[in-house]
Ligand binder design. Structure first.
Ligand SMILES: Cc1cc2nc3c(=O)[nH]c(=O)nc-3n(C[C@H](O)[C@H](O)[C@H](O)COP(=O)(O)OP(=O)(O)OC[C@H]3O[C@@H](n4cnc5c(N)ncnc54)[C@H](O)[C@@H]3O)c2cc1C
Length: 119
């Protein structure tokens, strides 16, 4: 969960079809956070039915001579919710740190402020 840069969020979509959608995420305070547009299939699905699972693949090494792959993955089950403002800010900072931690601090702050001014 700490290492992977994307995971698949599986929720109950339209007409009860599973809707499995890849997202970037951060694992922080024993929770999985992702950032998303306010509208769309994923938000509709989560709002309607909060139970979800989230899977990440950490390793998938093809070992042809053994007719297999050496894989390592994890699946978490839980309930998705839209977080409040303070939690949102803390999680977004962690997302920025994870994906753009190598960028100058002032550029990171600018990005965070920019996003929060538009929420
Ligand atoms: C590696 C990776 C990381 C991503 N990170 C993020 C992220 O952090 N936050 C985020 O919001 N989105 C991310 N995306 C995009 C995400 O997968 C969705 O496309 C996006 O969030 C829109 O989802 P939605 O349910 O609102 O789709 P809608 O805009 O409502 O989509 C309409 C329809 O398009 C189809 N569709 C939607 N997404 C996909 C897809 N990825 N592939 C194929 N068909 C699709 C579905 O049939 C869906 O019903 C990422 C995608 C990838 C591959």
């Amino acid at each position: 969960m700490k290492r992977c840069t994307n995971g698949v969020l599986a929720c109950l979509g339209d007409d009860d079809y599973p809707y499995a959608v890849p997202v970037s995420f951060v694992y922080f305070n024993d929770r999985i956070y992702f950032h998303t547009a306010k509208a769309g299939h994923k938000i509709d699905a989560i709002t309607r039915y909060s139970k979800v699972s989230f899977s990440v693949v950490d390793e998938d090494t093809v070992v042809s001579e053994e007719y297999t792959t050496y894989f390592r993955s994890v699946i978490a089950f839980g309930k998705a919710r839209i977080v409040g403002e303070n939690e949102k800010l803390a999680a977004f900072k962690e997302l920025v740190k994870k994906y753009s931690g190598d960028q100058p601090m002032d550029a990171q702050h600018k990005e965070i402020e920019g996003v929060f001014m538009h929420i």
